[in-house]
Design a protein around this ligand. Sequence first.
Ligand SMILES: N[C@@H](CCC[C@H](N)C(=O)O)C(=O)O
Length: 324
Amino acid sequence: MAHHLTGLESLAGTAVTKAHATGNDFVMLADPLGEQDLEAHQAAALCDRHLGIGADGVIRAVPAHRVTGDAVVSRLLAESTQLSSTDDEPLWFMDYRNSDGSVSEMCGNGVRAFAHFLIAEGLVQLTEGHRLPVLTRAGLRSVRKVPEGYAIGMGVWSFLDPEQAAANASDALVIAAGLEEPRPALSISMGNPHTVVALGDEVTLQELNLHEAPKVDPVPPAGTNVEFVVPAEPLVTDDEDGQPVGRVRMRVHERGVGETMSCGTGACAAAAAVRVWAADDSVNLWKVDVPGGQVSVRFTAREDGAEDVELAGPAELVLTGTLT
Ligand SMILES: N[C@@H](CCC[C@H](N)C(=O)O)C(=O)O
């Protein structure tokens, strides 16, 4: 029988934790001294569901000032005088990689899992009413505790192609296995790229075959995550406090991964796109149903006209172990 070298040999003895946030699963590693800069093939090997642990992505927790060889982190630290990280008061960097080993700027579900992991490891404390800053390649994010788990300050959303989006609320065509014809889509940045496609009904959503990557035309320069959404009928209802809540159901094909049970940045992009299509920004709270559960997305208008996004949902740790 062939002996498979998985690329994980150099990580023998490393403690790992498996975590998930609405079914989007991650292998988590704490690297307080910045000694375990993962290579792409090692991340892919950890995520392999047969030869590794199995996950949609790997997240390394490392103090920002201990990160070496990441141009984005160096730039973020150099650009902002507000970002400070020391051994006494580390600013934790979420070093996220997709299951194919590629890096991404941001992972919304990952930030919830990251906060939960840092707390469980005793690396940070997060008390009610406080915010934990987290550095990502998309910039600084913040985490607070909420009854359902964690709420992440995701920063503002934006169009990937503002001119096209303003002209006709669509800037791409997407075809996927299970769709009869290409559908118009809207591309949105949540720090990472998303292309959101609206479908007319639940049956079409369920019948999509996302084992095959959807084809997007034109493909955004850095590739894209593709979200398929079905607005609820009616789209907006009142919650128990009489507050209007918009509801959508979503499936996602992630860049660098494939279909996942949930995508936090994708849920934010989906809610933002549906608000644009509905031509109504008066509904600020959105519940997004994904195969792995539900997340909520809240929009808050800023003075400059942009909108801040907050993503909330649960996070769970599944197991801890040691790589052999
Ligand atoms: N699942 C994540 C997004 C992970 C990164 C994505 N695949 C990309 O390449 O941008 C989320 O919860 O946001």
